[in-house]
Design a protein around this ligand. Structure first.
Ligand code: PRP
Length: 217
């Protein structure tokens, strides 16, 4: 039996994903050592390997087959636009992708004016403004603290993730339009889905069961 390889987005999401994987019988004791500098962990008995990667790289590992399975936020999946199968919504890290800005910027959106949009997600922003709203905008790519952009006059609005809404609120900004709902998803390499069909569908089934029971609890 060959190894089934998992790529997890490192951080809080990886920790929660490991808890779910444990519930369906996959575990990796080695990963629990906080002092370990290892990048990839193996469970010889279950023939699985798990590695942690930067979230935005997870879809790349999965598309190329370096990982059979990945767990990452839908924001990253949409932004990266890789060829892969999205198989389960794990319901973790629920949030929304939104257009936000100062209240007044709502008018600029309504009238389809040429505005600047700052974002860490240029592909999602382009798709939303060009293909869904048919509004021409200038997209400015930033790498973090996106809420700063409209405050200092870099852009009129931003496209960003909103979870609790407190970052917006504390900076005098608000949600102007919702683009889509987000949460963590499991993705599968298209060839692995055929070659390891039995193991992967069994895993998906077991995860569905666990998720149903978690919701009911
Ligand atoms: C994310 C996002 C918002 C914030 C939203 O930023 O970009 O800034 O969280 O959360 P809230 O609605 O609960 O306030 P993150 O902390 O990932 O850092 P970043 O600014 O570097 O993107």
């Amino acid at each position: 039996m060959r190894y089934l390889t998992f790529a997890l987005a490192k951080g809080r999401l990886a920790k929660k994903t490991l808890e779910i994987l444990e519930k369906v019988g996959f575990s990796c004791e080695e990963m629990k050592d906080p002092n370990s500098r290892k990048l990839i962990f193996t469970n010889e008995e279950q023939k699985i390997k798990i590695f942690l990667a930067k979230a935005s790289d997870v879809p790349t590992y999965v598309e190329y087959g370096a990982a059979d399975i990945g767990v990452v936020g839908r924001d990253t999946i949409l932004e990266e636009g890789r060829k892969l199968y999205e198989v389960i919504d794990l319901g973790l890290g629920k949030c929304r992708m939104c257009v936000a800005g100062p209240k007044e910027a709502g008018e600029l959106l309504k009238h389809g004016e040429l505005i600047r949009v700052a974002t860490k997600y240029p592909n999602i922003a382009k798709d939303y403004f060009y293909n869904k709203k048919h509004q021409t905008v200038e997209i400015i790519k930033l790498n973090g603290s996106i809420e700063l952009a409209p405050i200092v006059g870099l852009s009129e609005v931003i496209v960003d993730i909103v979870e609790t809404g407190s970052t917006l609120k504390e900076n005098g900004l608000e949600v102007l339009e919702e683009i889509c709902r987000l949460s963590a998803r499991m993705v599968v390499n298209q060839v692995s889905m055929k070659m390891e069909h039995e193991r992967i569908t069994k895993l998906i089934g077991a995860l569905r069961e666990v998720l149903i029971h978690t919701k009911e609890a």
